[in-house]
Design a protein around this ligand. Structure first.
Ligand SMILES: [Zn+2]
Length: 175
């Protein structure tokens, strides 16, 4: 990963010089060069997030199988607005509609977010708390140990996983 640009510039929305802007370039075996733009204005709250790369535009399914905790901690997940993330063995799905914010984070960071959602669910549905606790324990263990499957599907092919070890990722084109 290389940082092409990082700094505070003029905000394209409100014009204040408080727009923190970062441009990153990842070189990946499956996606070619992935260019990520991310920005946040502390004055007006405007957020920018965009992903661009050669393979973009085709419906894509990315399968990620971390072997251990290192793969979980050091691999990145880029989710665009149209990406769905699910895990058949952990038993959750994050649809584009719900929590539709695009993001880039480590897989570990993403799974902690899943645990956060589950904690909130427990408050809303106290009767299923036991089941949710079991789910949280499983996710926590998988963060430490790996050994599960994470799937990212995107009709526009804009969501990717940038793996720590290349052989943990396979990419299928759905068209
Ligand atoms: Zn602004």
């Amino acid at each position: 990963m290389s940082v092409i640009y990082s700094g505070e510039v003029r905000c394209p929305v409100c014009g204040a010089p408080t727009f923190r802007y970062v441009q990153l370039l990842y070189e990946t075996p499956y996606f070619g060069n992935v260019l990520i733009e991310s920005g946040y204005c502390s004055t007006c709250g405007y957020r920018l997030f965009d992903v661009d790369y050669a393979e973009t535009g085709r419906p894509t399914r990315v399968l990620f199988k971390p072997r251990d905790g290192l793969d979980v901690a050091k691999s990145f997940i880029v989710r665009s607005k149209t990406g769905t993330i699910y895990s058949p063995d952990l038993g959750f799905t994050l649809e584009p509609g719900s929590h539709g914010e695009p993001f880039i984070t480590t897989v570990e960071g993403f799974l902690y977010k899943v645990i956060d959602y589950a904690e909130r669910l427990k408050v809303l549905e106290p009767e299923s708390a036991g089941q949710v606790d079991k789910f949280i324990q499983t996710v926590q263990r998988k963060i430490d140990e790996g050994g599960f499957t994470l799937v990212v599907e995107d009709p526009l092919g804009k969501s990717v996983i940038i793996p720590y070890r290349e052989d943990t990722v396979t990419v299928e084109h759905l068209d």
